[in-house]
Write a protein that binds this ligand. Structure first.
Ligand code: CO
Length: 250
């Protein structure tokens, strides 16, 4: 039913400032930018391999995104899964008595969209989208690999996501982590203790096709980085509140 992670939504104070990092330093190609009045946001989709990154700037102080920004600051806000028919998916969830924000699809930046209630998804805000026929994102030198979710106990949360979205578990090196495949991407569910006590969506992992050029681009842009072997971690102060791990390897 779920084809892929369509995008991961990030709330930012100002789109123009977020572009400095996401478009100029990270060089993610713009797919489209538009005002979405019923969500009270100006939003942009950037290409990141098989998935996209959505930046959301509030345009109305009453919007959910403005309230999120006031309370939590900039950072990861929601994950969107692509489905073939969002209307049918929402009807199916309603029939299973899964709590929804949208009973019927509405127009969003990603196509026809609808949100599940975070209470139904272990506190994670999940969007479903069916892109317009022929929608196409430009190639990117970065590919979104994983969304990391922190929860007190990964097993029951993983089982909930498997039940809701029919996701397959991928092998990990044992331990308390659970990885679920979503197209070529994955959700990595880890205990909060492993991520400094953080809960909810806590980090993104990306793969770079040209890692040396990427680190040079980030250095050139003055991005604050922690460098490891074959991996860099961007300081959330540079990436608008998002823990971003970028690696050389799949
Ligand atoms: Co979205």
């Amino acid at each position: 039913m779920i084809r892929r992670i369509h995008h991961v939504g990030i709330v930012v104070s100002r789109l123009a400032e977020a572009y400095e990092f996401y478009r100029r330093a990270l060089r993610l190609p713009l797919v489209r930018e538009a005002e979405v009045p019923d969500q009270g946001v100006r939003a942009a989709l950037l290409s990141a391999g098989d998935s996209e990154i959505e930046l959301l700037e509030p345009t109305s102080p009453e919007s959910g995104v403005a309230k999120f920004l006031d309370k939590r600051g900039e950072g990861l806000h929601h994950v969107c899964f692509e489905v073939a028919d969002v209307g049918a998916a929402l009807r199916d969830f309603a029939a299973r008595r899964i709590e929804l924000i949208d009973a019927a699809p509405r127009a969003g930046l990603a196509g026809q969209i609808g949100f599940l209630h975070p209470r139904a998804c272990a506190g994670i805000l999940v969007e479903l989208a069916t892109p317009a026929a022929g929608a196409h994102a430009p190639e990117s030198w970065l590919r979104l690999k994983r969304l990391v979710i922190g929860v007190p106990d990964p097993q029951p949360t993983a089982q909930l996501f498997q039940r809701l979205f029919d996701l397959t578990e991928l092998a990990t090196n044992g331990g308390p982590r659970v990885m679920l495949a979503v197209g070529r991407g994955a959700l990595l569910i880890v205990p909060t203790a492993e991520v400094g006590g953080a809960t909810g969506m806590v980090a993104l992992s990306l793969v770079a096709t040209d890692f040396p050029a990427l680190t040079a681009a980030l250095d050139g842009a003055g991005t604050r980085l922690l460098k490891g072997t074959g991996e860099v971690t961007v300081d959330p102060a540079s990436s608008h509140g998002v823990h971003l791990h970028i690696s050389r390897y799949e």
